[in-house]
Design a binder for this molecule. Structure first.
Ligand code: ADP
Ligand code: MG
Length: 355
């Protein structure tokens, strides 16, 4: 989990709009679902970037774009300097090997009619050049071993496994092509709380063993906390705050991050008593009808007239902890300011949030 400076991935101006159509016989485009609407970030080699946000904010779409399962409407994704969104044919296939996805739901993402051996070895069917035919079985057994499963399970079927074991199978498949980047899309969301930590620990161990870089997606800040070096908070298709994990958790500056953090369970009863609760009002607007200016303003207690007019850039607020660079703490808010959501030792002096 120690990051070096050389980015393995540089994402710039990433946009994915899905056409919104009406009619069956004569499909007419009546608008667009702005699923991803201008996302920038970098991923350092060996680093974990946590991407967090509520359901529908565009996390899975970002994941699919990174893995080249979808083509962006605009923007670039540079893998080791090369824009992979412009590749096709063999070059695209070669890059795809390097960026693999671990899916959210191990109950639906594993074909129930395939044996575990066939599931884990399936990437070799798509990329036969990755492993000589005679070597596949041995590799599949080794992959099962690497993720903590008995290699003798190769002939079993997914239904014979628990949720945590199924996610291990999904991870083994993700590793089959020896990728450099794993994009894990809510890999523990479908699992019991009791096994979530085991799967996260497994991912952390694999990262240090194989020098992997991770994009780790979750809808809850508490899940990415233990594994992320940096965190990006998404809202309605954009990153609203990004920074090193300690900056995001201890010094959140965007009202949305502060609200998300205030919803995270606090195990310590003393801290729970003192902390500020921020209850957001209203629903998340539709990605087909994004508010002007700051897209968070319709739910923000700080919103002023300027927020409806000006789109806040994801920028480093003056006088904050970081200054620049890819790890800088940046916030897309005209009125970004630090606000202690979970207080430290001494009781809090400033007032409680609304609601
Ligand atoms: P998340 O993973 O954060 O829950 P998604 O990336 O799955 O969010 O979806 C973001 C938005 O884009 C949602 O409003 C979703 O309904 C919409 N969306 C996702 N995929 C498609 C698609 N293929 N066609 C139309 N809209 C889509
Ligand atoms: Mg999703």
């Amino acid at each position: 989990m120690t990051a070096t400076t050389e980015p393995i991935l540089e994402v710039s101006g990433l946009v994915k709009h899905y056409p919104l159509t009406r009619g069956v016989l004569f499909k007419r485009q009546v608008g667009a679902v702005r699923a991803v609407d201008g996302v920038d970030f970098t991923l350092g080699t060996g680093e974990t970037l946590g991407i967090v946000g509520e359901s529908g904010c565009g996390k899975s779409t970002v994941a699919k774009l990174l893995c080249n399962l979808e083509r962006p409407t605009a923007g670039s994704i540079r893998f080791k300097g090369e824009d992979i969104t412009r590749l096709s044919g063999r070059a695209l296939k070669a890059v795809r090997r390097n960026i693999q996805m671990v899916f959210q739901d191990p109950y639906t993402s594993l074909n129930p009619r395939m044996t575990v051996g066939d599931i884990v070895g399936e990437p070799y069917d798509i990329h036969p050049e990755a492993a000589p035919k005679g070597d596949r079985r041995r590799r599949v057994r080794e992959l099962l071993d690497v993720v903590g499963l008995d290699p003798d399970y190769v002939n079993r079927y997914p239904h014979q496994f628990s949720g945590g074991q199924r996610q291990r199978i999904g991870i083994a498949r993700g590793l089959a092509l020896r990728p450099e980047i794993i994009v894990a899309d809510e890999p523990v969301s479908a699992l019991d709380v009791s096994v979530q930590a085991q799967v996260i620990n497994l991912l952390a161990r694999l990262q240090s063993e194989f020098g992997l870089s991770y994009v780790f997606i979750a809808h809850d800040l508490s899940i990415v906390r233990h594994i992320s070096d940096r965190v990006a908070v998404m809202y309605l298709g954009r990153i609203v705050e990004t920074g090193r994990d300690t900056e995001i958790y201890d010094h959140p500056t965007h009202p949305y991050t502060q609200a998300l953090l205030s919803a995270v369970p606090v195990p310590d009863p003393a801290a729970r008593e003192h902390r500020e609760r921020i209850i957001l009002t209203g629903d998340v607007p539709s990605p087909t009808d994004i508010p002007s200016g700051c897209r968070f303003r319709t739910r923000c207690w700080k919103a002023q007239e300027r927020c409806a007019r000006e789109v806040p850039a994801l920028a480093v607020p003056a006088a904050f902890h970081d200054t620049s660079g890819p790890a800088a703490h940046a916030s897309a808010c005209h009125f970004a300011e630090e606000r202690q959501v979970v207080p430290p030792e001494e009781p809090q002096l400033h007032g409680n949030g609304p609601g």
